[in-house]
Design a protein. Structure first.
Length: 399
């Protein structure tokens, strides 16, 4: 006879079994929902299990940090394959700016410069060389250089120098300047390609010299001597003095000097000369551009004004004029309302070629009173009167 029996499990064993079963079922569920993705980072490949098919989510779950300069490509033709090529950071120093740029692992120094639109001149230098491949945090330095001509100490040298000031060029050339030396153009100006820079050696020195003191010439006007006559009254003699000068010497040549002090050794003696002011007689009167009237004897006529008009000539047998004066050469007839009696005049033609000479208003006549004639000039003979006729003359008032 078979007996039925019941198998009893302890409660603790039952709970444990249920917990294991739960874990196993959860693992099977998770495995069924995971996604496999291949990531190729800078040429190194690895497979990761992720929960999303989005590229950004996959990279985040894989712990990969991607920058904007990095190159990311994806292919789903044979499962999810994401390729990442991290950009290579380099430091670019152009001389005027220093900044960070990015390139690819296969880029060269030249590629970086081209990508940044940096063109090079023939004299420019680049370190590292253009053909070198870039590496992480590499420093690329571009040194701009110029061709200049340096003139110093009598020598002219063409140089290739970095961009900078004129002073930088002089320093680059190893030129030592003294405090007084001069640089042209100004040492603080920016150097330019093709510029000529001149260094002038400058020194200052004090010298003592003996100099002549030139005598002065004093002219004394003498109206008794003709204008071409000069008479030395006192002969002039040069003096002498010692002079202390401060000289500026540029490249061995005295460029300027300044007088510091002087001592007279011998005083100069002035020369005194008498100079004639009288013009030689020409027989006619002249009028200078400044209005100076010179008579036919070369004397300057001091006049206040003159009157122009037609003049005639008259003569007599040695009689007397209307004013009681003796009729003679030098006495002329006028309208006393125009030229008062007793007025002294000098009479000549406007061009000075016809000269009557000095005269006095001492007679009158109908022609003068009527205004038809300015003056009637007295001559000794009838022939002289006919020869004179009627002429345009000037009466210069000399009184």
């Amino acid at each position: 006879m078979i007996q039925k029996c019941k198998i009893r499990f302890p409660l603790r064993f039952l709970v444990t079994a249920l917990f294991v079963a739960t874990i196993l079922s959860t693992a099977v569920y998770a495995s069924a929902n995971s996604i496999s993705a291949t990531i190729v980072e800078d040429g190194k490949s690895r497979t990761v299990q992720v929960s999303s098919t989005e590229t950004q989510d996959i990279l985040e779950e894989a712990g990969i940090d991607v920058q904007s300069a990095d190159k990311v490509t994806r292919s789903d033709s044979d499962g999810i394959v994401i390729e990442i090529e991290h950009a290579v950071p380099v430091v670019l120093d152009t001389g005027s700016h220093v900044y960070k740029v990015y390139g690819s692992k296969d880029d060269t120094v030249e590629d970086i410069l081209q990508q940044q639109n940096i063109s090079l001149n023939a004299n420019d230098a680049v370190d590292p060389p253009l053909g070198d491949k870039i590496t992480k945090n590499m420093e690329i330095k571009v040194t701009r250089r110029l061709t200049v001509t340096l003139v110093v100490d009598g020598e002219e040298t063409e140089m290739v120098v970095p961009v900078g000031t004129v002073a930088d060029v002089v320093y680059e050339a190893g030129i030592i300047l003294s405090p007084n030396d001069e640089v042209s153009p100004d040492r603080y100006l920016k150097a330019e390609d093709g510029m000529t820079i001149r260094v002038s050696r400058v020194e200052y020195r004090n010298v003592t010299v003996t100099e002549e003191i030139p005598y002065n010439t004093i002219e004394q006007k003498d109206d008794t001597m003709y204008t071409d006559a000069r008479v030395v009254v006192t002969e002039g003699k040069n003096g002498s003095r010692t002079v202390v000068k401060r000289e500026k010497v540029v490249d061995g040549t005295v460029e300027s000097s300044e007088e510091l002090s002087s001592t007279v050794i011998t005083e100069a003696v002035d020369e005194v000369v008498r100079v004639g002011t009288k013009r030689r007689p020409t027989g006619y009167a002249t009028m200078d551009p400044d209005g100076t009237l010179v008579d036919h004897n070369g004397n300057v006529v001091e006049y206040s004004s003159y009157i122009s008009g037609k003049c005639t000539a008259y003569t007599s047998n040695g009689g007397y004029t209307s004013t009681g004066r003796k009729a003679q050469v030098g006495v002329i007839a006028v309208d006393p309302d125009v030229i008062p009696y007793g007025t002294k005049v000098y009479v000549c033609s406007p061009d000075g070629k016809t000269v009557y000479g000095y005269a006095v208003a001492g007679d009158t006549g109908g022609a003068m009173l009527s205004g038809r004639i300015l003056a009637d000039l007295y001559y000794n003979t009838t022939a002289e009167c006919y020869n004179f006729g009627v002429r345009e003359m000037r009466l210069y008032i000399v009184e």
